[in-house]
Design a protein around this ligand. Sequence first.
Ligand SMILES: Cc1cc2nc3c(=O)[nH]c(=O)nc-3n(C[C@H](O)[C@H](O)[C@H](O)COP(=O)(O)OP(=O)(O)OC[C@H]3O[C@@H](n4cnc5c(N)ncnc54)[C@H](O)[C@@H]3O)c2cc1C
Length: 436
Amino acid sequence: MPHTAAPTIDGTDAHPPLSASLWGATARPAPTTPPLQEAVEADVVIVGGGFSGLSTAISLAERGRTVRVLEAIEPGWGASGRNGGQVIPGARHLPDELVDAYGRERGERLHRWGAKTADNAFALIERLGLDCEPVRTGWIQAADTETALDEGRQRVAGLQTAGAPARMLDRAQFRALVGSEAYIGGWIHEGGGAVQPLSLVRELARAAMKLGVHVHGDSPATAIARDGAGWRVTTPNGSVTAPRLLMATNALTGDVWPTLREASLPVWSFQIATAPLGNARVIPQGQSVSDTRRVLRYFRSDSHGRLIIGGKGKASAPKHGGDFNLQRETLGRLYPELADRPIEHGWGGQVAITIDRLPRIFALGDGAFAHIGCNGKGVAWCCAIGPVLADLLDGADPEASPMPVTSLRTIPFHRLRRVYVAAGGAWLRLRDRFDR
Ligand SMILES: Cc1cc2nc3c(=O)[nH]c(=O)nc-3n(C[C@H](O)[C@H](O)[C@H](O)COP(=O)(O)OP(=O)(O)OC[C@H]3O[C@@H](n4cnc5c(N)ncnc54)[C@H](O)[C@@H]3O)c2cc1C
């Protein structure tokens, strides 16, 4: 049952109900995910019912493992049901930056794997027949400065080396695809695209259950402890004991695993959606677009021709129309002819930001792992990560993982996170202004 209240998880910021969003209004119905009511055993227990937890559950079930997914509220309650639905291939880093961060062999391996995340996400959608409005006409990165365009050229070169269908767009080509004069050009990755994200996460839950996974909504993990050779995860009305454990709680990680929440910063991002634009429709071929500003703006159309615009949110959940002024202003800047169009939906969600903007897999010890921090690029990444996490949970050598696996690393002075986020936002806005 979708929630109408706005519960909190273990002290994290309250989220508005999913029904407030465009996705909530247009998604496939939620599957029935009864709460855990007993003490059970499984091969693997997964905490968190978003793309990461569910794609991993599917991979494990396909290998014959028994899996329980514990979701505090309902599948998609976190970022997976609230995001922009842009299927963006790879991480934001240039291949050289990944080599600097992880060394040549690991950095290049991660780059090659990242370049295929959108292929893998769309393949999963097709293979399981997930009904989520997939559109594969590409993802465009828009540049409004020469420096940004130059960086785009480096990205395109790196992606082409990994065999990805990426190319530069000059101003005229950009204008024809995006319909906005606000940028000087950009580049396109033709492997990217868009989905209805809440439908996708609900369909993943449905597919997991068809494979025998038990997905429990309304089942927050309230305690995790060692139990013999395994882990016991306790919920208000039951428990799961399993030798293997995955934490897939992202920005909504509370205190149930000490210090895991300190590995990323939860940052609000808000979106608005216009009414269907009919003949005034922009982005005629339906690409997804993000720009290169430090305070990022992202936009796309949905399958009914609504324009969806997202960007930086306030310090807490949106409460009234005025909280979306920045997104309305962006609409007017990008498409002046649409500035007065009625806005049908406004919503927000929390993005888990890491200091270097790279996602993390942590080995928590004794068969337990965490996957968090996909920043603003988790739709493709977290759908593609299932087999990687399933390998680790099955005992594969972490050294062989395409994504580096490290011990838990926290952000120093995390208790000052609200100060970091506010000061960081102001600093990035200032740098955007000086770049222009
Ligand atoms: C507003 C917004 C826009 C975005 N736009 C895009 C985009 O267009 N493209 C893109 O690629 N990425 C985008 N992202 C990022 C992307 O949505 C995330 O990276 C991705 O969804 C993370 O998936 P996840 O499964 O790891 O985490 P989540 O989907 O956040 O799932 C974590 C789950 O854990 C549950 N949970 C937490 N604590 C507990 C507990 N104690 N017990 C049980 N369950 C618990 C939560 O309820 C939640 O459902 C956006 C994010 C936001 C917030």
